[in-house]
Design a protein around this ligand. Structure first.
Ligand code: SAM
Ligand code: SF4
Length: 345
């Protein structure tokens, strides 16, 4: 029949994605922009050079790319960046992607944000089917917040978090553990978050991208932090129900959940079910590798998704077994040259 694909090709656009190590890919993280309204010192250098806007995929192209992954079995989609909420018209992308929630093809549409624009967008996000979001917040001290983000306004973020909660979104707080910066504040941050019914996840600094200084002065192993917390709180390991890199503990004193993402001290690769695409359409199958596959070319080469699906299959077939992050005195340089804001955290 004219216009329909031969069955072998149709299959290749929809076949599930399983990598050579038997891991089925169900989770896609999409960096919709490399730009950000903050400059967190562990993420970017102050004079960060951003991609020319002409290199970016349009929102329509991002939608098509995400939809191709959903057709191949992705069940969870996270928009990230850079700061996803500074991409112009990003709500139109959220709205169009929400059709996959309506059809049941997608279980969850979510995002990771620094919270600065949440006051403006919380209600719209909820109206487009977003139910849970992650907000990154490393301190509740306005002076430290400014020092970490270089020019952020803590109040704006706190108002954003309240707007999200008022809209009925479930908020999880992500905290990067930073030596000599917020390490003493972790208990109060946790009590604040748990007091509002928000889970909190601690993240180890990862050596991604040149940030104009070494990592050794920032890196705080979470094993150490956990041992310190255990002297004050009763932490009980919870069964892993997310399939993600975080390990969770219940905190008896607060009744909340505390997550640990420990790429440096504990390798979480064996259960990795995720891949990432950048705002230029590059697919990274591992956060901690230089591996990259260009999907923009096959996306633009044709209006149907046959070439795109074949390129995705090829890339998934090359997903590495695990990452090679190292931070020590001899390796005080990025293990991976891309910044987190390019790949999407
Ligand atoms: N701008 C949004 C935000 O801050 O939530 C989304 C993008 S940001 C790159 C995603 C997450 O990555 C944030 O929680 C941020 O703290 C974290 N992050 C950035 N650079 C990192 C690094 N080098 N090591 C560990 N986490 C990092
Ligand atoms: Fe921006 Fe997020 Fe990176 Fe901070 S961590 S500079 S908010 S992208």
């Amino acid at each position: 029949m004219t216009g329909s694909l031969p069955s072998s090709m149709a299959e290749s656009t929809t076949s599930a994605m399983t990598d050579p190590f038997g891991r089925t890919i169900k989770y896609l993280r999409v960096s919709v922009t490399d730009r950000c309204d903050l400059r967190c010192f562990y993420c970017m250098s102050e004079d960060m050079t951003f991609l020319p806007k002409s290199d970016l995929l349009s929102l329509e192209e991002l939608d098509r790319l995400c939809s191709a992954f959903i057709a191949k079995g992705v069940r969870k989609l996270r928009l990230t960046g850079g700061e996803p909420l500074v991409r112009r018209n990003v709500m139109s992308l959220v709205q169009s992607l929400s059709r996959h929630l309506d059809t049941g093809a997608l279980d969850e549409l979510t995002l990771t944000t620094n919270g600065s624009q949440l006051e403006k967008f919380a209600v719209e996000l909820r109206d487009h089917g977003v139910r849970r979001i992650n907000v990154s917040l490393d301190t509740l001290d306005p002076t430290k917040f400014r020092a970490i983000t270089r020019w952020g306004d803590l109040d704006k973020v706190l108002r954003g978090i309240e707007a999200a909660r008022a809209a009925g979104l479930k908020v999880k707080i992500n905290v990067v553990a930073l030596k000599n910066m917020n390490e003493d504040e972790i208990p109060s941050l946790m009590e604040w978050a748990h007091g509002k019914g928000m889970d909190l996840t601690l993240i180890e600094v990862m050596p991604m991208g040149d940030i104009g200084e070494g990592r050794i002065d920032q890196y705080l192993p979470l094993s150490l932090l956990r041992a310190r917390l255990a002297t004050r709180y009763t932490l009980t390991d919870l069964a892993d129900d997310t399939g993600g890199p975080a390990r969770y503990a219940g905190v008896s004193e607060t009744g909340g959940k505390l997550g640990f993402i420990t790429p440096m001290t504990h390798n979480f690769c064996e259960s990795c079910n995720r891949v990432r695409i950048t705002c230029t359409g590059t697919l990274h199958t591992c956060l901690g590798h230089e591996d990259a596959s260009d999907l923009r070319k096959p996306l633009r080469a044709s209006n149907d998704d046959t070439l795109l699906a074949a390129a995705i299959d090829r890339a998934i077939g090359l997903k590495p077994k695990g990452h090679d992050f190292i931070i020590d005195r001899r390796h005080n340089r990025p293990s991976v040259s891309r910044h987190m804001s390019v790949t999407g955290g």
